[in-house]
Design a protein around this ligand. Sequence first.
Ligand code: HEC
Length: 263
Amino acid sequence: MTDPVSAASAANQSSGSAAATPTWRQRWQRVQGAALFAAVALVVIWAGLPQLPAAWGVQFGAPYLTFFSLAVAGAAGFFMLLNWGPIRPPRSALTTFASILFVYVATVGGMVAFGNWYYPQFETPKAGASSASGESAVEKRGKEVFLSPQFGCFACHTIEALGIRGGQRGPDLSSAGRQAEVRRRGVSAEDYLREAIVDPWACFTPLPASGLIECQAAVDAAKTYPQMMPPGAKERMSAQELSDLIAFLKNLRGAGERDAKRN
Ligand code: HEC
């Protein structure tokens, strides 16, 4: 018994594949659109996005840029593969299902994995995140204030030295205590930190790349962070919470120095 349809398609495939094998030039013509799109998009991502004015308040760090790049490379790669050569149809319902499942797991799974790695600021960091040894009771209470969702400091501030991976909109406070000593001439670290929290408009934190150390009297998009500190900390916090918080921040002196000081 001959099945005319499968016989015809078999003949078609064997003759077709030899005749239709594209040259490299043809292949390039098929994929060049996607390749050029990816090249342009990568230039925009790595050269354009970091140039956004700081005053807009949208700043993308390297992880974001990496994520955008992966998305672009993935999309371009997908279209390049589609156009590369004749697509063999799956041989059975099972392989069809398996390939859909594969694409789903690879894309959604990849995004979930990336999100888990990059978005800890959407969870409350664990209070035990630091090497808690040698922490005084005051510092411990201050850290709890810092980590409390009620005040949400970690939504904008990371303390890399303690492994507290918060947001990136404000400065990393890893050495906030040491820097507070020199931010404002003639003002103690403690007073500067108090002011930074209760009256953040009084003086603006310089961007690390600006090379400045002292805080600045006026916002300068090229030199200082945009002012985003939530107002009214004094009204929302008890005096005790505020002083614990200041004690905690005052002791942040960057990873190495803190250890060196204790030994
Ligand atoms: C909405 C984002 C945001 C939140 C929430 C936030 N901050 Fe800030 N913080 C910033 C930004 C932006 C700056 C830099 C601008 C400035 O204040 O000069 C800053 C600056 C600071 C500084 C000064 C650092 C320096 O080196 O001069 C301290 C200290 C500080 N924040 C502590 C806190 C504490 C404590 C909390 C929680 C009560 C908090 N921040 C909540 C965004 C935020």
